[in-house]
Structures are given as C-alpha cells and as structure tokens.
Design a protein. Structure first.
Length: 331
C-alpha cells in the first residue's frame, strides 16, 4: 500500500539534458524519456547501473512521450509526431502533426488512442497503431486577451477513457467526450495567468497540468499564482479542484514552495493528489483529495517536468532538469 508520508528517495541518475516527459513499460522499471537535446532514450531503472540508450532524434526539444502497447509515440517543438516500435527498435512513421510546437503526448487508458496538444491550440486524437487522425478538438482561443499567441499546455484522459481534458495558457480547461469530440464543459482558473503590461508587455503562467479523479467527477488543474516579476517564477505552486459537470470550483490549494505545477496525479483510491514541478530546485507535494491539507511536501533537487507511478503506486519516478529520480512510498 502506498503512503505519501513514507516518501523516500532511493535512486537518482544525473543527466546532461533536461527531461520533459517519461513513459514506462507496464510491470517493469524500463522507461522511455524525451529530452531537451532533441533525443529519445530508453533505460532500465532497476539495473545496478543506469545506462540511458539513445533511440532516435527529433528536430527540436522532445516534449512528450507516450507508450501504447509496444508503440512509443513522441512529439516535440519540431511539430512532428514519431511512432517507434519498441521491440524492433525501428521507426514506424514520422511527420508534421501540428502547425506549432507540440507541448504534450498522452495515451488513452486502453492504449488505443494517442492525444497530442500544441500551440496551434488544437488537441488531436490519433489511432495509436495506424497513426490515422481520428478527431480534432478545437475551442481554445488562439490569442490571449491581450492579443498575443496563446499556448495549449496539457491534457489528460479520464480513467475510463470516456473524457479528455485540455488546458491552456490563459487558465481555461475544456472537457470533451472522446467518442464524439463534443465539448461538455469548461472551467477557469484565471489567477494562474499573469499579464504584465507595465514591465514587458509579456505574459507567463497558464495551466500546466490536469488530472481527473478516479471516478471522473473532479478535475484537478495545476499551475502557479500571480507572478510579481515575470522574469522569475516567484509565485507559489497552485492546484485548483473543480466539479467539472457543474463547473463549480471545489478547492484552491497553494503550495509552500515556489514554481509551476507541471504534473498532477491522483492515487488509485482518489484519497490524495500529487503535484510536481518547481522553479529552481523543484518539489513534490501531496495533498488530500479535498485540496485542503498538505500530506507531504518535499524538495526534489530538480525542476520536475513529469512523473509516473508503478502499478501499486508504491514507487514514483520523477524526471526533470538533468536528473531521473526514483522514490519509494511503501506504507
């Protein structure tokens, strides 16, 4: 049984690059990860000596990786998606998928679909195996309220695969029905977006992470609060919870640590949520599902960009600035 209060770092591995996204082979510690150096790697975190092996490259930062069965799908700032066979170690296909930077790639729970989100403000749903485009989810504004280009940062499927949520720079999250592509609801967290007209005519922030509760009724969104100096992440990490069907905000949680919440994950029983992110050194914060109480807050020693759990959620893998880290939380 997992217990966040028992969180303990058991292994970390230094890297020369920033890791933006990680995917894991079920029932193993074998992971694939995409990096700032334009490359996709694989490694086995259960090995005595962790030795990342380069698999293939993109034309820019690799910002998303997702595993659908034996197929790895990656996306990056080169606007391309690449399908890669993890058994034969061969590229299946690669091509331009979006008109602007791809921010993330996500596999559906059954592995049949892959979603990609990008700064063209479109979420695209793809057949994980054929690579065929299944649907395009359009609704996020292409411009911020001040006329600048917006960004579509995050997406997440519900546990049953019926819904997908997408979240953007100006603090809007949209919930869609996967089968039909119909938009069902929209919730807003405007405090996560900062506009500085006096200093730089520049904006920062946005919703960087989103997660459904196991029962699919609650949406958690993560980002940061209002920022005083837009050149630095001076605000504290922030998580907001919504009943998305009624569009009612249920809770607002502010971390004791500064930075952006880049990833959110619920426990299988829905009793707690973990948020990961940071500014300089980064953090892992565990809160109760009501968003009212901190269970555990931990410095991560890196700005965390992504994390995942093993099947029982007793082991947590976090990736970010120049590091892969493994934590145990056995209770």
């Amino acid at each position: 049984m997992s217990n966040p209060e028992k969180l303990k770092l058991v292994k970390d591995h230094g890297l020369k690059s920033i890791v933006f996204s990680v995917a894991r082979v079920p029932n193993t510690m074998k992971v694939f990860f995409g990096c700032q150096d334009f490359k996709v790697y694989e490694t086995d975190l259960a090995a005595m000596k962790v030795e990342p092996k380069e698999l293939y490259t993109h034309g820019s930062y690799v910002t998303g990786v997702a595993l659908a069965g034996k197929t790895l799908v990656s996306g990056g700032y080169d606007c391309k998606l690449t399908w890669f066979d993890t058994d034969t170690k061969r590229e299946i296909r690669s091509g331009e998928a979006h008109a602007k930077w791809i921010r993330g790639v996500f596999a559906s729970p059954d592995g049949n679909l892959v979603a990609s989100v990008a700064d063209d403000m479109v979420c695209k749903l793809w057949d994980a195996y054929s690579g065929k485009l299944v649907n395009e989810l359009r609704g996020h504004a292409e411009k911020t309220p001040h006329g600048f280009g917006s960004m579509l940062y995050a997406a997440a499927f519900s546990a049953d695969g019926k819904y997908i949520a997408t979240a953007d720079k100006i603090g809007k999250t949209m919930i869609w029905e996967v089968a039909s592509g119909k938009k069902l609801a929209e919730v807003e967290a405007p405090i996560m977006y900062t506009w500085d007209q006096a200093q730089r005519l520049h904006s920062i922030g946005g919703i960087r992470s989103v997660a459904f509760s196991p029962d699919g009724k609650t949406i958690a969104v993560g980002g940061t609060g209002k920022i005083g100096n837009i050149d630095h992440l001076e605000a504290k990490g922030r998580i907001e919870l919504f009943d998305w069907a009624t569009q009612k905000r249920l809770a607002e949680y502010v971390s004791d640590k500064q930075g952006i919440v880049n990833h959110l994950e619920y426990s299988p029983d829905g009793s707690w949520i973990v948020g990961a992110g940071g500014a300089g050194e980064g953090f892992l914060v565990f809160i109760d599902a009501a968003g009212k109480k901190t269970i555990k807050s931990e410095k991560a020693g890196m700005h965390v960009h992504d994390l995942l759990f093993t099947e029982k959620q007793e082991t947590l893998i976090a990736v970010g600035h120049n590091k892969l880290a493994v934590y145990e939380m056995k209770g």
